[in-house]
Design a binder for this molecule. Structure first.
Ligand code: HEM
Length: 110
């Protein structure tokens, strides 16, 4: 968060806010503005934002704050939630439509 404290239940928007200033410089490897890319690389990102000696963002950038690192750690631990959903996402209550019958063949076989 702006005041440096970690977000307890972060969602993708919180994570994107932390990474987006650096996205263009990491595009050669992954898109820090892409939920899918960040989720797929979550473990290596977590390692690199908190490991001195191999720290991302690299010097002369200041490292992420403790609060930002903890926010990302909380997000990964919560399995990378995209939105603040409280339960399983309900896609549709309606039953799937029955498959349409195959069209009549234009060919006639004697
Ligand atoms: C919070 C922002 C950033 C994150 C989360 C991040 C993440 C990462 C990750 C996960 C890797 C390892 C990729 C791999 O081993 O396959 C990496 C490598 C690298 N990043 Fe970043 N990066 C950030 C910012 C930046 C910036 C601002 C620059 C350049 C100005 C940069 C330049 C590089 C370079 C040159 C490497 C390859 C060399 C190395 O592994 O140390 N990164 N970054």
């Amino acid at each position: 968060m702006a005041d440096g404290t970690a977000v307890a239940n972060p969602v993708w928007q919180d994570i994107q806010g932390i990474f987006s200033p650096f996205a263009s410089q990491m595009m050669w490897r992954l898109d820090l503005n892409s939920y899918e890319d960040v989720k797929a690389n979550a473990q290596i990102i977590l390692l690199r934002i908190k490991s001195p000696g191999m720290i991302m963002p690299p010097p002369p950038f200041p490292p992420l704050t403790e609060g930002q690192i903890q926010t990302f750690a909380n997000w990964v631990k919560a399995k990378c939630p995209q939105t603040a959903s409280t339960g399983p996402v309900s896609v549709s209550a309606a039953a799937p439509a029955a498959a349409a019958p195959p069209p009549e063949s234009p060919f006639r076989f004697p």
